[in-house]
Design a protein around this ligand. Structure first.
Ligand code: FAD
Length: 367
């Protein structure tokens, strides 16, 4: 849908529900939408689709939305991409939102992309921030300024941060990586309008029959909740003299450190990893350094109080996952490693020497 007029208004958030509650990433995206809407003098609208959602229909409002559009029908009991796409596209065509945001997960990625395609607009994937900016287009005929667009911030595929604009089309659509915004506190005194939407779904949208739904077991690795994360990178392969080391030694060091931190300070601590270490196929780390531990652009975005990067160079794809950490500590043998550009504390040294020293210090304090 092309811009051409000012009838496109408000920032919509596709709200995901699990176990009868809004998911945390949804609540984060509502906070991001709030930031945009306040700047633009617009409203935040939560979009809720499914069956049996009436009792939680006001939750998006409690978390910062101004209103909710609820499409509650047994037809939408199980998530299916085609009927959901149909309902959302229909809403977009009729109500003309200015922006439409999704969570960057399995559902948000496929649903948002399909809605964008159907409604003839663009979609910026895997965003980590959203800012209002003018977009200047340079053409041979001169420059054209598109006022107040959303700069959809995400890492590019190399070494930089990119800003993606959708200057000519509306809605501006993005999916947002979990961990990118801080949720607003839940406030039951917030009032807002609840609009019920009648779904008109053509029978051909139900091309798939859902026979059974099964929940995948939850991962015991909770990087998102950890207050301290000790992350390991390919630096575990050798020491500062270039001698090969058994990477399991580094893992056990990190494991002992997390245990001491949990006992000493009573806070959750976890082991993280760079993508290169996860996919290095190191036999000794099989079943220990798994995908759920990966931090970064294609892993998790984390926001601990302390993030310790040991033997990690600090490529942009890793850095974008740790920017919201309160304190970053880097341990690296190379003083030029990019991780030092964002570290609050840097130790130029061998992780095989520094981690045991850190442990000694913590254990001394414990006594
Ligand atoms: C589309 C795309 C998505 C990506 N997504 C991610 C992602 O989500 N997460 C991610 O991490 N990466 C991601 N990457 C990969 C990323 O670009 C880097 O290749 C990766 O982060 C490097 O991992 P590393 O720091 O462990 O390894 P390296 O870059 O090899 O760094 C190892 C570091 O260890 C140091 N070192 C060596 N020995 C020691 C020692 N004994 N003690 C201390 N330091 C030592 C070295 O000086 C070096 O700085 C992605 C890449 C692309 C293209």
């Amino acid at each position: 849908m092309s811009q051409g007029n000012t009838e496109y208004r408000d920032v919509w958030v596709y709200c995901e529900v699990q176990d009868g509650e809004l998911t945390r990433p949804t609540i984060e995206v509502i906070a991001g939408a709030r930031k945009l809407a306040d700047k633009m003098g617009m409203k935040v609208v939560g979009i809720l689709l499914g069956s049996g959602l009436k009792k939680i229909a006001r939750e998006p409002i409690y978390y910062g939305a101004d209103s909710v559009i609820l499409c509650d029908t047994p037809l939408l009991k199980s998530y299916q991409v085609l009927p959901y796409t149909h309902v959302l596209s229909d809403m977009v065509f009729k109500l003309k939102p200015w922006a439409f945001l999704f969570v960057a997960n399995e559902i948000g990625r496929e649903l948002g992309a399909r809605v964008a395609y159907r409604t003839l607009t663009g979609l910026a994937a895997d965003c980590i921030d959203l800012i209002i900016e003018d977009f200047v287009m340079y053409t041979p005929q001169g420059t054209k300024v598109y006022k107040d667009c959303i700069a959809q911030v995400r890492p590019d595929f190399a070494t930089r941060i990119a800003k993606i604009f959708t200057p000519k089309h509306r809605p501006q659509m993005s999916n947002i990586r979990p961990g990118s915004f801080t949720p607003l506190p839940r406030d039951e005194s917030r009032a807002g309008e609840l609009i019920e939407w009648e779904a008109e779904i053509p029978p051909e949208a139900f091309a798939v029959e859902v026979i059974e739904e099964k929940r995948l077991p939850k991962s015991p690795i909770k990087l998102e909740d950890a207050k301290v994360i000790i992350s390991l990178g390919l630096g575990v392969l050798k020491d500062s003299r270039g001698n090969p080391r058994n990477p399991l030694e580094a893992y056990r060091l990190a494991e002992r450190l997390t245990e001491v931190i949990k006992q000493r300070f009573g806070v959750p601590a976890e082991i993280g990893a760079s993508r290169s270490l996860v996919y290095a196929g190191i036999k000794e780390l099989e079943g220990l350094i798994v995908k759920d531990r990966q931090v970064g652009q294609t892993g998790k975005t984390v926001s601990p109080d302390i993030y310790i990067a040991a033997g990690i160079s600090g490529a942009i794809q890793h850095r974008v996952g740790i920017l919201r950490s309160k304190k970053i500590v880097a341990i690296n043998t190379d003083p030029q490693a990019p991780i030092f550009q964002i570290a609050h504390y840097g130790v130029v040294g061998d992780l095989y020497e520094v981690l045991p020293k850190l442990m000694e210090m913590l254990e001394e304090r414990k006594q």
